[in-house]
Design a protein around this ligand. Sequence first.
Ligand SMILES: Cc1ncc(COP(=O)(O)O)c(C=O)c1O
Length: 409
Amino acid sequence: MPTPPLDPARFDLDPSRLWVMHCAEGPVPKPAAEALLEFLFRETRPWTVRWVEDFRGLPERVRRETGRLLGGSPADVTLTSTTTGGLALVAQGFPWRDGDEVLTPLGEFPANAWPWLALAPRGVRLREVPLWGGHAAGADAWRSTPPPVDADPESRLLDAVTPQTRLMAVSWVRFQDGLRLDLERLAAGCRERGVPLVVDGIQGAGTLPLSLDDLPGVVAFATGGHKGLLAPQGLGVLWTEEGFRHELAPPGGWLSVEDARDFDRPSTDLERDFSPDGERLEMGVPNLLGCAALGESLAMLNDAGPETIARHVQGLQTELLDRLEESGARWLGDGEGERLRGLLEQDRLGSILSFHHRGSGLQAMNRALKSGQERGIYASVREGYLRIALHGWHHRGDLGRLVAWLRES
Ligand SMILES: Cc1ncc(COP(=O)(O)O)c(C=O)c1O
């Protein structure tokens, strides 16, 4: 059996349990938890907290490792609290004009809706674009058809651009149906149309490779750290393209200005500019406990390599579909097997394999979840889909457990 790219021994995962829901919350690896505790204990004895290694070093490590993982410069990284926090920095700082419109796909996770909806008093409107025929969301979410193999969400979004469109904001990987957008194509189309593209990257970061510096058109990429990035809740990162960042009004953090950490210069001297780097958008002292853990988790993901993790996950997904088909599991009936396999083969999925309910409804889906939990398997249901999320520590042995559960539920 090939060794998983992330060593399962580095996680505190009880062998009787199978966690296939990092799309809700990723497990924090033991080295990350140890790094966090080590810093926490330093904080109980503040004279042991080190200026260079901790105050400066912990956030710098997060910026460095984020740059490595996302293929961008560490100087372009802003430490935030959450995905919402990153998107709200963009929404609140962007120079809007009355009548502007933000385009998003229909049925985005609300972290990519409310920051734009909150702009209504400034005359900015959110317009949602259905990504395939029969696509529904909101109160009708369970009546939506699932994304078909020939879905072309990028064309639908680009065709929806109007002269009022000032910005487009999309999830890289969608939280419910698992559809992965082709950022390269979308970014190129947005660039041609002069529309900046903002990405909610939380369902792809840590499980898919990316090179933000090679994606002109993507101007911002926001993610929380607590899913595929395997860090505790409450710390996230925002990457911004330099020119775009300078169009944003900074929120006014006291550590986001020139010489902010040079206490030989009076902090009350306000004659200085905002920092040109990502820290320009930060708001005071960073979450250093979170940085201790996230820095460690990011380094682990980088050492394994996001390409390797993505290939591993795809291999497991393919094998899971094969084995479910052999077992005659109902989840692959009515063409669902061909749909998922087709999406997988066309690189249309991230780490979430989302099985559509196909009319069975919420109660049946929740019963299936419960029967999984009775076997120690933790999956999730969102808006008509049973989500099985695989990551770099999962292995083929886990597939046997999933098949045994799914063929009987
Ligand atoms: C696509 C997507 N965006 C954002 C979030 C989370 O947002 P935040 O980091 O602001 O809590 C989730 C899941 O919780 C998600 O699935």
